[in-house]
Design a protein around this ligand. Structure first.
Ligand code: UFG
Length: 326
């Protein structure tokens, strides 16, 4: 059993991680400033309200109850917003993360698990995307994450701080028991928006472009169940606690689904109509993003339990019905 500090544990993926750690028998402390997370989403462990960029707060926390490892989910994630307000992204996603890592160094905490993203690859040159694919983020969000990955390499080399960077493709789904789920405000992600159109909280779903070079003309993404993401974190944690070196892994199902397939599957799963409109392309959307996750399977034994899009949508639908009260 380990003590894990979960930064951003009140957010979408963080709140699922807190449950997974608790279930696995670990002790959890959550640090979250609740700027986009929700107090009631923290269903295990102790919640400390504060920022990862507050070095003094971190000193107190790491001195009084030092964790064995730190997991970091506290990032802003909206690509469009990062273009309009890059300062917010570099400040929080990069600079505040450095404050956290420096505090870990001061207190001798040397195991870190970082939520990275497919956005570090930019427009893909080949698909599926493996770890060696060239990095070329095309927006401040992706750049802020790639900068942290580079900093982590330097911190390992110089200070021996070991880190696993997990590059999520499209995180989706919810706790199968419906205890927590996705709750962004504003919501920009396809699956929750489609389900909001199914529940009646939204009039329709707009498809951003039907003229991509894909079989049905809509963009293809690799949706990965949040519970499978958490499982990858647990494996990375075990590896780091066993003394494994730093690593970087791409995390997806390896299966791509188009926007239209997502909407059609959601109609089947929910039994609802889901009105659909056609909109123009959203700037910066690559036609196809699919992960090659063979490295984490080979090295850590990870394999997705909910690889099926139907499972992802069924669990997300349990949560949406709860949110919508239908
Ligand atoms: N889409 C629509 N209509 C909508 C919302 C989305 O058609 O109302 C489409 C998008 O154009 C895209 C697909 O659905 O083709 C998925 O879009 P999401 O916004 O759900 O997810 P992204 O693929 O844009 O983003 C994900 C992560 C980001 C990360 C990015 C990496 O959520 O954090 O992958 O490219 F930066």
């Amino acid at each position: 059993m380990a003590h894990v500090l979960v930064v951003g544990g009140a957010g979408y993926i963080g709140s699922h991680m807190v449950l997974a750690l608790d279930q696995a028998g670990h002790r959890v402390t959550v640090l979250d400033d609740l700027s986009s997370g929700h107090r009631e989403a923290v269903l295990a462990g102790r919640l400390i309200e504060g920022s990862l960029g507050d070095g003094q707060l971190l000193d107190g926390l790491l001195a009084s109850d030092p964790p064995d490892a730190v997991m970091h989910f506290a990032a802003f994630i909206e690509v469009g917003e990062s273009v309009r307000d890059p300062g917010k992204y570099y400040r929080n996603n990069f600079a505040a993360t450095q404050v956290l890592l420096d505090a870990m160094r001061r207190h001798g905490v040397d195991a870190f698990i970082f939520s990275s993203t497919a956005a570090i690859f930019g427009e893909p040159r080949s698909v599926p995307i493996d770890e060696a694919h060239p990095k070329g983020p095309i927006n401040p969000y992706g750049r802020s994450k790639w900068m942290v990955e580079q900093l982590l390499e330097d911190y390992d080399r110089a200070y021996g701080l070991r880190a696993v960077a997990l590059r999520y493709f499209n995180a989706a789904g919810a706790d199968p028991e419906g205890r927590v789920g996705e709750r962004h405000d504003p919501e920009t992600h396809l699956i929750p928006l489609v389900l909001q159109a199914a529940s009646g909280r939204r009039e329709s779903i707009t498809v951003f472009g039907e003229d991509y070079d894909t079989p049905d003309g809509t963009c293809i993404r690799d949706y990965i169940h949040v519970v499978d993401l958490c499982q990858a974190h647990l494996l990375a944690l075990d590896a780091l606690l066993d003394g494994a070196p730093s690593a970087r892994y791409n995390l997806g199902n390896g299966a791509g689904y188009s926007v239209r397939e997502v909407i059609d599957t959601a109609r089947r799963v929910t039994g609802r109509e889901i009105p659909q409109r056609l909109g123009s392309r959203r700037p910066g959307d690559p036609a196809r993003l699919v992960a090659d996750s063979r490295r984490i399977t080979a090295e850590l034994g990870w394999s997705p339990r909910y690889g099926d899009l139907e499972d992802i949508l069924r669990h997300a639908w349990v949560w949406e019905r709860h949110m919508a009260g239908v």
